[in-house]
Design a protein around this ligand. Structure first.
Ligand SMILES: Cc1cc2nc3c(=O)[nH]c(=O)nc-3n(C[C@H](O)[C@H](O)[C@H](O)COP(=O)(O)O)c2cc1C
Ligand code: SF4
Length: 516
């Protein structure tokens, strides 16, 4: 009998030594004559505990956190193959509070399974939802997604069911599913965790979308900065194809669908859906005018569903467990769950999937444990580089798309980046404009030129040159960018800038002039 040991093969875990831990375990097992079966799972999302090694003892998985290769000989001596005691021992995985208090709807297989094993996937309800969807028929599937209230998790929060209905209703011999895995927002990693830990979950979501709208081809647009993700995802897709879950006449059902992975080239704006479609077509990633909507004329001019990884991966359980059950989670028009990502200056960074309605404070304090430095929180940026900086006084804001809009903020892809009281918010405002200047696709003037002028004006304020006049000018520039930019890149860059002017104006007043 060999002992099964799980060691994550996920980017965050590997960055803190998971590969070396796996090698050390294999070596110690060989030296001690112990028989072990090493499984490289993905991550449970508790990044602060990585590498999180689990040993199967009886029916339980016993977790050991922050394991280093140097710990491994001592772990063997401590009898960790039998769940023995050691400073790294946390206890049964199913009892880790960070994990068990979550509402794992979409990420429930992450960490649990071997992401490259079809058998493991099938043993954990894999592909049961696509078979059920085929039995239900396309319109019933779209109706379920509509009833669930699922909104796009990539940023804009548009109802997925309405988008699917538009594509289904647009007659065309060819339609596409384009999965947006560009994940460019600062502090976000939920797409990556899904793709590295449960890639077949996304494959199943894309199959269901394809079946529902009548598409036979899917593309995944993956950021090039995720090489491990690329390798796991492409291997998982090949495995699914070999097992008859992709390609022609899937499992004898008559449904044809295949998936191709396309790597981006490091452009933030290529995450915007129309620039992504241009890039997928092999052109420069420049924004397209809308209309027509991609749902009517998208990839290669054909009706296309563009959805984020998490949006698509949320669908299989909506089919399996029911739209009403999904709708039971959340508040108001923010139904279901979101995989929040805790990052920046935070003690316990990682992924927390919770129903909407939880407050920022609960996430940051209860899950995140406050700042890593132990200093007071000054600001929190939610929703990526175009999101507003939220002051500590608004931490009780409930995570609900509309509640966030009411305070001039956005939830976006659910990335939460925490700053302590040493952060210089004037520099953060400057960074917003500079980021826009660097990443602008250049198609429209307010964004292309406005962002460059924005950096200059902020520099003048920081340098105390005609401060009042430049303040006015900056506000006017923000209004122009918001009103006249062609897409949200230029249109939302004013959000973080204005929030700094509104809540952290003292950082401009105290600027000493030479900080850039
Ligand atoms: C500048 C910019 C960057 C974006 N980057 C991403 C991204 O990296 N991933 C993503 O899913 N959506 C991104 N979006 C949102 C997409 O345009 C689009 O709304 C989304 O992919 C639709 O999928 P969803 O409805 O499932 O969210 C971005 C939007 C803008 C304006
Ligand atoms: S706002 Fe910026 S990114 Fe968007 S179209 Fe205009 S120049 Fe391009």
């Amino acid at each position: 009998m060999s002992t099964r040991i799980y060691v994550p093969r996920e980017t965050a875990a590997i960055s803190v030594g998971a590969d070396e831990v796996a090698i050390a375990i294999a070596r110690c097992a060989k030296e001690s004559g112990a028989r072990v079966e090493l499984v490289r799972n993905g991550s449970w999302g508790a990044s602060w505990l990585e590498p999180l090694v689990e040993v199967v003892v009886g029916e339980q998985r016993i977790a050991y956190g922050n394991v280093t290769a140097a710990d491994v000989p001592a772990l063997f001596k401590a009898g960790f193959l039998d769940g023995g005691d050691h400073a790294c021992r946390i206890g049964p995985t199913v009892e880790i509070p960070y994990l068990i208090r979550q509402d794992r709807w979409t990420f429930w297989r992450c960490g649990l399974v071997n992401p490259l094993s079809i058998d493991d996937f099938l043993a954990h309800q894999g592909f049961s939802a696509i078979l059920k969807a085929i039995e239900m028929g396309p319109q019933a599937v779209i109706d379920a997604v509509k009833t669930s209230g699922l909104r796009g998790r990539g940023g804009a929060g548009f109802p997925a069911g309405i988008k699917w209905q538009t594509v289904a209703d647009t007659a065309s011999p060819q339609k596409y599913i384009a999965c947006n895995a560009d994940e460019g927002d600062s502090g976000t990693f939920s797409d990556r965790i899904m793709l590295e830990s449960d890639p077949l979950g996304l494959v199943e979501g894309m199959l269901i979308a394809g079946f529902a709208v009548g598409a036979s081809k899917g593309y995944i647009y993956l950021r090039s900065e995720y090489p491990l993700c690329h390798s796991i995802l492409t291997r998982a897709i090949t495995t699914a194809r070999e097992a008859g879950w992709l390609g022609d006449n899937i499992q004898g059902t008559g449904f044809n669908f295949d998936i191709e992975v396309h790597l981006g080239a490091g452009s933030y704006v290529c995450g915007e859906e129309t620039a992504m479609l241009e890039s997928l077509e092999g052109k420069a990633g420049v924004i397209r005018y809308k209309p027509p909507l991609p749902a009517i004329a998208g990839l290669f001019g054909k009706p296309t569903v563009v959805n984020n990884v998490v949006t698509l991966a949320s669908v299989p359980n909506i089919i399996n467990l029911g739209a009403d059950r999904y709708k039971g989670y959340g508040v108001n028009r923010s139904t279901g769950t979101l995989a929040f990502q805790l990052a920046g200056n935070i003690k316990r960074g990682g992924l927390v999937e919770k129903a909407f309605g939880i407050s920022l404070r609960e996430l940051i304090e209860d899950w995140g444990g406050g700042t890593a430095t132990g200093r007071p929180i000054k600001a929190v940026q939610v929703g990526g580089p175009l999101g507003a900086y939220i002051p500590a006084s608004q931490l009780d804001t409930v995570l609900d798309y509309e509640a966030f809009a009411n305070i001039g903020a956005m939830i976006g892809h659910g990335g939460i980046v925490v700053f302590d009281d040493t952060a210089d918010m004037a520099q953060q405002a400057r960074f917003a404009m500079q980021f826009c200047a660097l990443e602008s696709c250049g198609k429209c003037t307010p964004c292309r030129i406005g962002s460059v002028r924005g950096v200059e004006v902020i520099d003048r304020i920081i340098n105390d040159e005609n401060r009042d006049e430049n303040y006015e000018l900056l506000l006017e520039l923000c209004d122009t960018m918001e009103a006249a930019s062609l897409c949200a890149m230029g249109g939302m860059t004013p959000y973080p800038v204005r929030s700094v002017l509104k809540y952290f104006a003292e950082d401009f007043a105290s600027a000493e002039g030479s900080r850039k």
